[in-house]
Design a protein around this ligand. Structure first.
Ligand SMILES: NC(=O)N[C@@H](CC(=O)O)C(=O)O
Ligand SMILES: [Zn+2]
Ligand SMILES: [Zn+2]
Length: 354
C-alpha cells in the first residue's frame, strides 16, 4: 500500500479569496499547497474591469510572504455583466494577468446580482473573447425559481450552454464545479475547447449530507449537492484520466454567522485541506495514480500555462481538522471540522527526507 505520494505542485482553477482581512486569513491555506489559483471575481462590488482586477491582484500579492510569492501566483478573472464591452476584453488580454471571464447568471449564486440577465446581450463581448483566446468560465445553473434546484445545472446545459457552444464554436469554456452525470456526459462528448472543474466536496458527498440528523448549513453550496449516482459519475470523471476534467476547489469562505442563519448563504470552505480531501477520494477509488494529472496537469494544459516544475509530498497520516478557523474578526467552519483526515501534505519536501 502506498504511504507517500510525490506529485507536481497542483493548481486550483476555482478559488474564492474574498478581500481585505478575510482574504489575508484564508490566502495562506491555498498558498501552502497550490502553485496557482484562478481567483473568482465575485467581490462586492464585483471585479468588472481590468483595472479593478489588477488592483485586486496587487492586494493579494501584498498579503503573501516573500517565500509564498515564490511558489504561489494568483490568476485573475473578470466578472461578466450585460455591459462588459469588447474593448474591456482586449484590455484584459493585453494586461497579461487575466486568464478568464466569469459568467454568473444574475441571481444564480452568492454575489451574482450584477451578473448576466440575458446571454444574448453579451454576444459582441463573447465574440471578442473567442477572437482573443480568452476563456469563459461559467456558473452553469439557470435562475428561474420555478425550475427545481436539483435540475438547474442540467437545464442550463440544455438551454444555454449547448446553443452557446453552437454560436461560438472556438470559444474556450470551463463549466465550473460540475455536479451531475449529465454534465459529465456533456463535457466528455464536447470538443476539446470545453472543459470542467470538479470540487472535492461534490466528490465526497451526496445530498443526504445536507440533512444528516438535521439541517446542516455547512454542506450548503451551489450548485447544491446531488444524488449518489451523480457523485459516482463525478468520481469516474475525475479519476478516469480524461484531460477535460480538472481540480477547482470552489473553496468559498463565509462567516459562521452567515452560514448558520435563518437564510444561510451558499459556499463551502475547503482550502484548509484541499489536496488532502481530493487525495482521500482518489485513494478510496483506488486511483491515486490519477491524482497528479487531475490536480496538476489537465488544468494547466487547458489554460495554456506551463506545468509547475516543483512538487509536493502527501503522506498517509491521520490529523484532525480544527473545529473553527479565524476569519478576520469572525470565525468560519471548515469542511470536515473536528474530523480525522487520513492524508496530510508534508510541510516541505526536505522534512520528508528522514
Ligand atoms: N459555490 C458557492 O456556493 N458559493 C460561491 C459562489 C459560487 O461559486 O457559485 C461563493 O462565492 O460563496
Ligand atoms: Zn459558482
Ligand atoms: Zn465558486
Amino acid at each position: 500500500m502506498l504511504h507517500t505520494l510525490n506529485i507536481t505542485r497542483p493548481d486550483d482553477f476555482h478559488l474564492h479569496l474574498r478581500d481585505g482581512a478575510q482574504m489575508q486569513a484564508v490566502l495562506p491555506f491555498s498558498a501552502r499547497q497550490f502553485g496557482r489559483a484562478i481567483i473568482m471575481p465575485n467581490l462586492k462590488p464585483p471585479i468588472v474591469t481590468t483595472e479593478l482586477a489588477l488592483a485586486y491582484r496587487q492586494r493579494i500579492l501584498a498579503a503573501l510572504t516573500d517565500e509564498q510569492k515564490k511558489t504561489f501566483e494568483p490568476l485573475m478573472t473578470l466578472y461578466l455583466t450585460d455591459n462588459t464591452s469588447p474593448e474591456e476584453i482586449t484590455r484584459a488580454k493585453d494586461s497579461g494577468f487575466i486568464h478568464g471571464i466569469k459568467l454568473y447568471p444574475a441571481g444564480a449564486t452568492t454575489h451574482s446580482d450584477a451578473g448576466v440577465t440575458d446571454i444574448t446581450r453579451c454576444y459582441a463581448t463573447l465574440e471578442a473573447m473567442q477572437k482573443n483566446n480568452m476563456p469563459l468560465l461559467i456558473h452553469g445553473e439557470v435562475t428561474d425559481p420555478e425550475i427545481d434546484i436539483f435540475d438547474r445545472e442540467k437545464v442550463f446545459i440544455d438551454c444555454i450552454l449547448s446553443p452557446l457552444i453552437h454560436q461560438f464554436p472556438e470559444l474556450r469554456i470551463v463549466l465550473e464545479h460540475i455536479t451531475t452525470q449529465d454534465a459529465v456526459a456533456f463535457i466528455s462528448a464536447a470538443p476539446d475547447n470545453i472543459a470542467a472543474t470538479i470540487t472535492a466536496h461534490h466528490l465526497r458527498y451526496n445530498r443526504n449530507e445536507i440533512f444528516r440528523g438535521g439541517v446542516r448549513p455547512h454542506y450548503y453550496c451551489l450548485p447544491i449537492l446531488k444524488r449518489e449516482n451523480h457523485r459516482q459519475a463525478l468520481i469516474r470523471a475525475a479519476t478516469g484520466g480524461c484531460k477535460k476534467f480538472f481540480l477547482g476547489t470552489d473553496s468559498a469562505p463565509h462567516t459562521r454567522l452567515l452560514k448558520e442563519n435563518n437564510c444561510g448563504c451558499a459556499g463551502i470552505f475547503t482550502a484548509h485541506a484541499a489536496i488532502e480531501l481530493y487525495a482521500a477520494v482518489f485513494d478510496q477509488a483506488g486511483a491515486l495514480d490519477k491524482l497528479e494529472a487531475f490536480a496538476s496537469f489537465h488544468g494547466a494544459d487547458f489554460y495554456q500555462l506551463p506545468r509547475n516544475t516543483s512538487s509536493i509530498t502527501l503522506q498517509k497520516a491521520d490529523w484532525q481538522v480544527p473545529e473553527t478557523i479565524p476569519f478576520a474578526s469572525d470565525t468560519l467552519i471548515p469542511l470536515c471540522a473536528g474530523e480525522q483526515l487520513h492524508w496530510k501534505m508534508a510541510a516541505s519536501t526536505s522534512a520528508l527526507s528522514i
